[in-house]
Design a protein around this ligand. Structure first.
Ligand code: NAD
Length: 260
């Protein structure tokens, strides 16, 4: 379905971004990977995805908190593949603390990486997408783009902001072949969440398994984690012709979290 197209997935060296990159590659898209990690492991990862799915892959190490590096990454994608057809704004970080204890530099980093980076990638991708009259912008928000949780002020603010930005992007592209939507996952067991599981296990003196169950029981009625593969399938749907008129939605895949 996506052969001949190029997808750029920010923060795709791990977790959800990697799952979505694999799902898009399975549909034939060339992939530009981005994110942090060990250089050798990253090279292995993008080479393997390319070989496994028979697509071209590349990697750019832009730091999503740095607008100049984001611009360099977008230029790299254009040089390498002639532009970005599917943009997945996925890179994100978390920090958990009460507002009065929240380090100001963590607030700035979360807003920059989880929200402002999507403005920069989107503003740079849109001219090419509009010219081709086809494009898909998929913003990885969160169920925290729809509801709040204590101790996550910066994250919840950034994700609500990203849902708002998604709506405006969808309106500005409404009469084109470019669509923009947000995905709002509940708990997904990635390194970002594993850290919260570990912290909880240490705080409560329980095992990792008990901490995982407690985390789910608090918020996610299904009692099951969402998987990167399930989120990848939703991203593929947004890219399909059936998604042509799906515009500006914030689609939660959250085991019932936001239904409460
Ligand atoms: P993760 O920690 O597994 O992956 C995050 C990715 O972002 C990694 O590739 C990392 O290298 C990259 N990254 C971090 N800072 C970066 C920076 N400054 N520049 C470039 N890349 C950077 O996390 P994840 O759980 O896969 O999260 C992916 C997205 O999904 C995030 O936006 C997160 O907020 C969102 N999300 C996650 C969950 C969950 O339960 N895991 C739920 C809802 C939303």
């Amino acid at each position: 379905m996506l052969s001949g197209k190029t997808a750029l997935v920010t923060g795709s060296t791990s977790g959800i971004g990697l799952g979505i990159a694999r799902s898009l590659a399975e549909q034939g898209a060339n992939i530009v990977f981005n994110g942090f990690g060990d250089a050798q492991q990253i090279e292995k990862l993008y080479t393997e995805v390319g070989e496994h799915f028979g697509v071209q892959t590349a990697y750019h190490n832009a730091d999503m908190s740095k607008p100049a590096e984001i611009a360099a990454m977008m230029a790299f994608a254009t040089e390498k593949f002639g532009g970005v057809d599917v943009l997945v704004n996925n890179a994100g970080i978390q920090h958990v603390a009460n507002i009065e204890d929240f380090p100001a530099e963590k607030w700035d980093a979360i807003i920059a990486i989880n929200l402002t980076s999507a403005f920069h990638t989107t503003r740079l991708a849109l001219p090419g997408m509009k010219q081709k009259n086809w494009g898909r912008i998929i913003n990885l928000a969160s169920v925290h783009g729809l509801v709040g949780s204590a101790q996550k002020s910066a994250y919840v603010a950034a994700k609500h902001g990203l849902v708002g930005f998604t709506k405006v992007t969808a309106l500005e592209t409404a009469q084109t072949g470019v669509t923009c939507n947000a995905i709002c996952p509940g708990w997904v067991l990635t390194p970002l969440v594993q850290k919260q599981v570990d912290d909880r296990a240490a705080r409560e003196g329980t095992s990792n398994d008990v901490a995982k169950k407690a985390l789910l029981a608090e918020k996610q009625p299904s009692g099951e984690f969402v998987t990167p593969e399930e989120l990848g399938a939703l991203a593929v749907f947004f890219c399909s012709p059936a998604g042509n008129q799906v515009r500006g939605v914030a689609w939660n895949m959250d085991g019932g979290w936001a239904a409460q």
